[in-house]
Design a protein around this ligand. Structure first.
Ligand SMILES: [Zn+2]
Ligand SMILES: [Zn+2]
Length: 177
């Protein structure tokens, strides 16, 4: 379903992300959120987020860089990266988002699976989850809801890429179709 309002959700590749994955992710976002999606190749300078002692990148710093990018009629901007990211005391995070804000970041690093369909499915779940946060949704305990908090890839596999009824209702309250 196409939203009446002309605002876009942007996908921005950070690092090396396959074109196939970007295209499939754009399709997934359109299906789940109903907004038109644009893939942007605007550069995001994220190298400063690298922490050599951990061999990982600080997620919040990359998110700051995403916020600094200017894109026309951007409702939300989602960065997808292939690098490993961490935050605070956590060993790693699958993604990070501003609650009720504009921007989100998802890392494919720990979502990889040799079966492309499985791999893409995991990425879609994390994108939908982080985007859900940007729309103001909190973590949700309903089994299978994409807003379940996931600490491991097993937990990612256990949830669906869709919102439970309660979360979907909240989403529609904010942006009615
Ligand atoms: Zn979350
Ligand atoms: Zn839910």
């Amino acid at each position: 379903m196409e939203r009446i309002r002309k605002a876009y959700i942007y996908l921005v590749a950070i690092g090396s992300v396959q074109k196939r994955l970007l295209l499939a992710s754009a399709k997934n976002i359109k299906e789940v959120f109903g907004f038109e999606v644009r893939i942007s190749d605007v550069p995001v300078y994220y190298q400063k987020a690298y922490n050599p002692s951990r061999g990982q990148f600080l997620a919040s710093l990359i998110l700051e860089r995403i916020k600094g990018v200017e894109l026309p009629k951007a409702l939300k901007v989602v960065g997808i990266t292939d690098v490993d990211i961490y935050e605070g005391e956590l060993n790693f995070v699958f993604g990070l988002a501003e609650l009720g804000g504009c921007c989100a970041l998802v890392s494919t690093y720990r979502l990889w699976h040799k079966d492309e369909r499985m791999f893409f499915e995991r990425v879609f779940k994390e994108i939908n989850h982080e985007l859900g946060h940007t729309f103001g949704l909190l973590h949700c305990p309903t089994p299978g809801c994409v807003m379940n908090f996931s600490n491991s890839v097993l937990e990612v596999d256990r949830k669906s890429k869709d919102f439970c009824e309660r979360c979907r209702t909240k989403l529609l309250d904010i942006y009615p179709l």
